[in-house]
Design a protein around this ligand. Structure first.
Ligand code: HEC
Ligand code: HEC
Length: 240
């Protein structure tokens, strides 16, 4: 009888708690919990399909991710729905996010499918692999690695991104919106010289390619390009 009574008391107490809402729900402060706020939009372990716009974070270099998180928090890269989450986070906290996502390994989604005319392919290939020396535009591969998988720690890979995302980023540097910071920014210097046709062709060709290979070490970046992107490289080395 006593047990039933205790059970009954407990039952009342539990119901009262639920109704009163006074019991604090203790959520463990693990990275898996923290990143739930991020994987609503970004891919996470339970969501691996390619989204048209939200960029994948898994496997990107820690230095690059950390730079971007600081840029969003400090208003140098603009996307308010996300920046609001980062508002009061310290550098150390942002670094933990950057490290978590850089170590996260997820399968890549299938490449996007686009039909492209032969001239469009030729244009994109020229820009990506040869650049335009007379306009002082280095090839994308000179900075993003010969396999386009990025150079550690500051230059991200260009494969595994959607066409919509690549187009938006290049246009963000080119003009109109001030979505990404410009100075001192080697990527801005490149993007501002591209035409609409260049951007369209590049974004399609990149999004059609499967992801293969690994990012390259900084030693593979020529001293001249290293100097041009010195600001980004320094920023991502600050975390060591
Ligand atoms: C509301 C959706 C949303 C949420 C929630 C969100 N993000 Fe983002 N995130 C985006 C979008 C969209 C972009 C691309 C913005 C742009 O430049 O256009 C982005 C970009 C990024 C980038 C830069 C990626 C790159 O390749 O340059 C990082 C890093 C990032 N987010 C980390 C996070 C982290 C960490 C969290 C959780 C604390 C988070 N995001 C939460 C939507 C979101
Ligand atoms: C001089 C070196 C350099 C060249 C050449 C270059 N990039 Fe970049 N790129 C960078 C750096 C550095 C970043 C990282 C910028 C940052 O930290 O915000 C970057 C970032 C990007 C991003 C953002 C990726 C992401 O995950 O958000 C895209 C897209 C991009 N570059 C495309 C290109 C294309 C296309 C070309 C060729 C037309 C090109 N880049 C040529 C240095 C370069």
């Amino acid at each position: 009888m006593f047990r039933v009574f205790v059970f009954f008391l407990c039952f009342i107490a539990c119901v009262a708690n639920v109704n009163g809402g006074t019991t604090a729900v203790i959520v463990p402060d693990t990275m898996a919990e923290r990143v739930r706020a991020c994987t609503i939009c970004h891919t996470g372990e339970d969501k691996i399909e390619r989204d048209a716009y939200y960029p994948r974070l898994a496997g990107k270099s820690q230095g690059y991710l950390f730079n971007q998180l600081r840029h969003f928090r400090d208003g140098r890269r603009i996307y308010p729905p996300m920046a609001i989450l980062l508002e009061n986070m310290s550098d150390e906290y942002l670094q933990e996010f950057a490290q978590y996502f850089s170590l996260l390994q997820l399968p890549y989604p299938k490449p996007e499918q686009f039909s492209m005319q032969a001239e469009e392919i030729a244009l994109a290939e020229r820009l990506i692999y040869s650049g335009i020396p007379e306009k002082d535009i280095p090839s994308c591969s000179a900075c993003h690695g010969d396999n386009l998988m990025g150079i550690e720690p500051a230059i991200p890979g260009l494969l595994g991104l959607s066409r919509a995302y690549i187009t938006a980023q290049l246009n963000g540097w080119r003009g109109g919106s001030l979505m990404r910071s410009r100075t001192p920014e080697c990527m801005y210097e490149v993007a501002k010289q591209l035409s609409d046709d260049d951007v369209n062709a590049i974004a399609k060709l990149l999004a059609r390619q499967p992801v293969e290979g690994k990012s390259r070490p900084l030693s593979e970046l020529s001293p001249e390009l290293r100097k041009r992107c010195g600001h980004q490289i320094l920023l991502s080395e600050e975390m060591k």
